[in-house]
Design a protein around this ligand. Structure first.
Ligand SMILES: NC(=O)c1ccc[n+]([C@@H]2O[C@H](COP(=O)([O-])OP(=O)(O)OC[C@H]3O[C@@H](n4cnc5c(N)ncnc54)[C@H](O)[C@@H]3O)[C@@H](O)[C@H]2O)c1
Length: 253
């Protein structure tokens, strides 16, 4: 541990698996105190066990405003402040093209990816400001930068997260709150989300996901966790409203 996040208190949503879990692990290694939240209690408790005494888990549906208030109140009571929010909870669903996306799929994706991120930003800005400032980190996607044939609602939600992030950043900077807000845009990372996606599509299509990345591999959870640590730390105090693309060159060509 080199202490890059010493004295920082963080909430990481979607921390039961994948990018959220690995981000929480790296943040604790760098000295942060972390509240991990998720709708998946069993795996969320599993993450908390990996974090040891510097972390704990709360069941939390990010689309539920009352649940958000409960999480933030609990963190403030337990740790006395909040410095960092990582909005990592997200879903991608089947039947998500313009030909087959119905209201149910659209609303389910928007509720978690966009509304959940909006609620987190809205409710975290003030406590982070009171703590003297800090960082909100929103997980968007390369699919928030370009469209996808079978990822209509997902792309719409992640594209909206990109501009939600910039709007939060500009407001907070202008109002001198010392609250920064940035989005991360991963390429395809080897987590549960992509494994599910790969099951839905054929093996050849799954292999084709790898070929999308000029660097020659899909991403690893640590590729994102390291970016989260940077954005959470004071090394990035001049970085706000930025879209941090971590995609092995996927969108560069
Ligand atoms: N894996 C990738 O390739 C990839 C690429 C680009 C962006 N992302 C984004 O990164 C984030 C993390 O993805 P991941 O790959 O770790 O996926 P994951 O499926 O491993 O983790 C997502 C977590 O979100 C939780 N979640 C779902 N709905 C929730 C809700 N309503 N409230 C609280 N938690 C909820 C799930 O239980 C799960 O633990 C997501 O926002 C995703 O869209 C992932």
């Amino acid at each position: 541990m080199s202490g890059r996040l010493k004295n920082k208190v963080a909430i990481v949503t979607g921390g039961a698996s994948g990018l959220g879990r690995q981000s929480a692990i790296r943040m604790v290694e760098e000295g942060a105190l972390v509240c991990v939240t998720d709708i998946n209690k069993e795996h969320g408790e599993g993450t908390a066990a990996m974090l040891g005494e510097r972390g704990f888990f709360m069941a939390h549906d990010v689309s539920d405003e009352a649940a958000w208030k409960h999480v933030i109140d609990t963190v403030l009571r337990r740790f006395g402040k909040l410095n960092v929010l990582v909005n990592c909870a997200g879903v991608g669903l089947e039947n998500d093209s313009i030909a087959d996306c119905d209201d149910q799929v659209w609303n389910a994706v928007m509720d978690v990816n966009l509304h959940g991120t909006f609620l987190g930003c809205r409710l975290a800005v003030e406590p982070i400001r009171r703590a003297g400032g800090g960082s909100i980190i929103n997980l968007s996607s390369v699919l928030g930068l370009r469209g996808g044939s079978d990822t209509l609602a997902y792309c719409a939600s992640k594209g909206a997260v990109r501009l939600l992030t910039k709007s939060v950043a500009v407001h907070c900077a202008t109002k001198k709150t010392n609250v920064r807000c940035n989005s991360i845009h991963p390429g395809y990372m080897l987590t549960n989300m992509v494994r599910d996606y790969a099951e839905y599509f054929s093996q050849d299509e799954a292999l084709a996901l790898t070929a999308l990345h000029p660097i020659g591999r899909m991403g690893d959870s640590d590729d994102i966790a390291h970016m989260v640590v940077y954005l959470a730390s004071d090394e990035s105090t001049f970085v706000t409203g930025a879209e941090m693309v971590v995609d092995g060159g996927y969108t560069a060509g």
